[in-house]
Design a protein around this ligand. Structure first.
Ligand code: GLV
Length: 327
């Protein structure tokens, strides 16, 4: 009997097509709303493998109920919605989709940086309100990025593309902080390793590209913002949980930092009455980092290939918990 694969949301058709061509029995949850916890469990109990999205909370109790699963293949690079330790307990491989969305996500970070430095969303809103009256020699000035210092928190795939973009376009000096130094990416990007406090102190633009973990949750808080330059811009395209949004609002209101560009918020979705949306030096996007045809197609393909490769060879292409595979 062919293995049953549940895809928890409608994603690019390539995923289902590849899985069907490989002989799997594929069910796609047909609604444009994420499955409830109950729906997820009910339908996962009928499946051998899950192709999940970030909106599915796969916690310990989920894995306790669905420990029969052969594999979880996530349609995202981030997997903070999954209790990987619990999956590992039950020897369930967890896969994600790195690389294929790195260019798209770095573009959003780069775009937010330019947008905030020139207050573009704010100016656009002024036109919509019919407030474009005349040339203003002294009002609403932004700043230029040439020669400024870019600080990367989390120099991985996306962070290093952002570093290369900023170096190439503006000759920015790039510094970074990671848990561990990455000599290979230092050579590739020319980024210089600094401790966290130096990153905060010296960055003109500080761009977050790390995973959300217990160590990074709420790391950018009142204390961190207070160490940054008054002229600095904070960019987050990683996970909203990495910054404390109340502290960020306060830091912007008190002019502790100059501006912020967010593709991820805390919580998500952000509500329309959030004070950040009224601030001239702030640009917010609704978590669209990977929203290109190329990235989403690549994610769907890789999520399917992880399942196919696992069943064919015992090894998925991109696995988060390789220890479950044994020797
Ligand atoms: C998107 O946020 C992802 O993790 O792929």
């Amino acid at each position: 009997m062919s293995k049953k694969i549940l895809i928890t949301r409608i994603i690019p058709a390539i995923a289902g097509d590849l899985l069907k061509q490989a002989g799997f029995d594929v069910t796609v949850w047909p609604s444009d709303k994420p499955m409830t916890k109950e729906e997820l469990i009910e339908h996962t109990l009928q499946a051998d493998a899950l192709l999940s999205l970030g909106s599915n909370k796969l916690d310990r109790s989920f894995f306790e109920t669905c420990k029969h699963l052969d594999i979880v293949s996530q349609f995202a690079v981030g997997y903070d919605n999954i209790d990987v330790a619990a999956a590992t307990n039950f020897k369930i491989p967890v896969c994600n989709t790195p690389d294929v969305l790195s260019e798209a996500t770095a573009d959003v970070a780069f775009g937010l940086m330019i947008n905030v430095s020139r207050k573009m969303f704010y100016h656009h809103k002024q036109i919509l309100k019919d407030e474009w009256k005349q040339f203003e020699p002294l009002k609403n000035l932004g700043f230029e990025l040439s020669g400024k210092t870019l600080g990367i928190f989390g120099l991985g795939r996306i962070g290093s593309i952002m570093a290369q973009r900023c170096k190439g376009a503006y000759g920015m000096d790039v510094i970074y902080h990671n848990r561990k130094r990455n000599p290979e990416l230092e050579t590739k990007t020319g980024a210089r390793y600094v401790d966290f406090d130096t990153l905060l102190r010296e960055s003109d633009v500080l761009s977050v590209h790390c995973a959300l973990t217990p160590e990074t949750r709420g790391l950018f808080d009142k204390q961190a913002f207070s160490k940054m330059k008054k002229t600095a811009v904070f960019i987050n395209t990683a996970r909203g949980g990495v910054h404390n949004e109340t502290d960020l609002i306060e830091a912007l209101q008190n002019k502790t930092i100059w501006g912020a560009g967010l593709d991820v918020t805390n919580p998500e979705p952000m509500r329309a009455d959030n004070p950040l949306l009224e601030m001239p030096n702030v640009a917010v996007l609704p978590h669209i980092g990977s929203a290109t045809i190329e990235a989403r197609t690549g994610m769907a393909r890789l999520a399917a290939e992880n399942i196919i490769s696992f069943y064919k060879t015992g090894k998925p292409v991109t696995i988060v918990n390789p220890e479950v595979l044994g020797s």
